[in-house]
Ligand binder design. Structure first.
Ligand SMILES: C[S@@+](CC[C@H](N)C(=O)[O-])C[C@H]1O[C@@H](n2cnc3c(N)ncnc32)[C@H](O)[C@@H]1O
Length: 251
């Protein structure tokens, strides 16, 4: 299996520092879906637990997995500090590796874009289908690729922010760039710099755009029986101008 997009310890800390406030607009959508699920819930690519821990806080019977041990370490530390008992493990979206079945699976916040090849994307849909109960649902959101954003911001360093890491203040920044014009994959680089401007940590991730036509073709090719998409988290149809596709695939 190909290497996945794993966060280093330093960049996991940066992710947590920049996402520790929780809600980025998706929380009530996923929480409502999880709270009304007729059985256990699984979050794929749960990261540092931005949503996963919110599920536990609300009494949802939820498991999670992620490919980055450094992200899971932060999740476990936060859970311990709140007296929560997480059930999370290291696994790939293409394999899942769960030992029970679920009424609902979630893959929030563009995490499906970590899969670049059609085989990888289909393998993930098949893996989730395998661990869902009959009638179970897979929910995930991915951004709508925008040519204007690609043209304007690709190649430029963005969002210099500070993070405390092991007693030192570091500045974080990220840059997206085309990796392969033909396959329409891209890479993001994330760097942490010290006070002298020296790079002390960097991660590079390979990602893919997932326009709605491609997701629909993947759904058609997958073992799921039904699928639908909405634009954003308010239940409206996907329409021109929307920034987020929210997909539901039903077994
Ligand atoms: C944008 S973060 C989202 C984390 C979390 N779901 C959230 O909403 O804050 C993407 C996550 O995907 C994980 N990831 C990347 N590739 C993966 C793969 N192939 N299988 C499982 N997790 C993966 C990363 O480690 C990271 O935690």
């Amino acid at each position: 299996m190909a290497e996945g997009n794993r966060f280093s310890e330093e960049l996991a800390a940066f992710y947590e520092a920049t996402h520790d406030h929780g809600d980025i607009g998706d929380e009530s959508f996923y929480l409502d879906a999880a709270a009304s699920a007729a059985g256990p819930v699984l979050e794929g690519a749960c990261g540092t637990g931005r949503l996963y821990l919110e599920l536990l806080r609300n009494g949802v019977d939820a498991d999670g997995f992620d490919i980055s041990p450094a992200m899971l370490d932060i999740l476990r530390e936060k859970a311990a500090s709140e007296g929560l008992t997480p059930t999370v493990w290291e696994a790939d979206l293409r394999a899942v590796d769960a030992d029970r079945s679920y009424a609902l699976a979630l893959v929030p916040y563009n995490s499906m874009c970590n899969l670049q090849r059609v085989d990888d994307q289909l393998a993930a849909l098949e893996a989730f289908h395998d661990v869902l109960e009959a009638g179970g649902r897979l929910l995930f959101d991915v951004y709508v690729p925008r040519y204007d954003v690609i043209a304007e911001s690709f190649g430029e360093w963005q969002a210099v922010r500070e993070v405390e890491y092991e007693g030192t203040t570091l500045r974080g920044r990220s840059r997206a760039d085309i990796a392969d014009q033909v396959s329409q994959t891209y890479r993001t680089e994330q760097e942490l710099l010290d006070a002298d401007g020296e790079v002390v940590a960097c991660d590079e991730f390979a990602l893919s755009h997932l326009p709605p036509q491609q997701v629909e073709l993947l759904a058609r090719q997958s073992p799921f029986d039904q699928w639908s998409v909405q634009g954003g988290f308010d239940g409206e149809p996907l329409a021109d101008g929307d920034g987020i596709q929210v997909w539901e695939l039903r077994k």
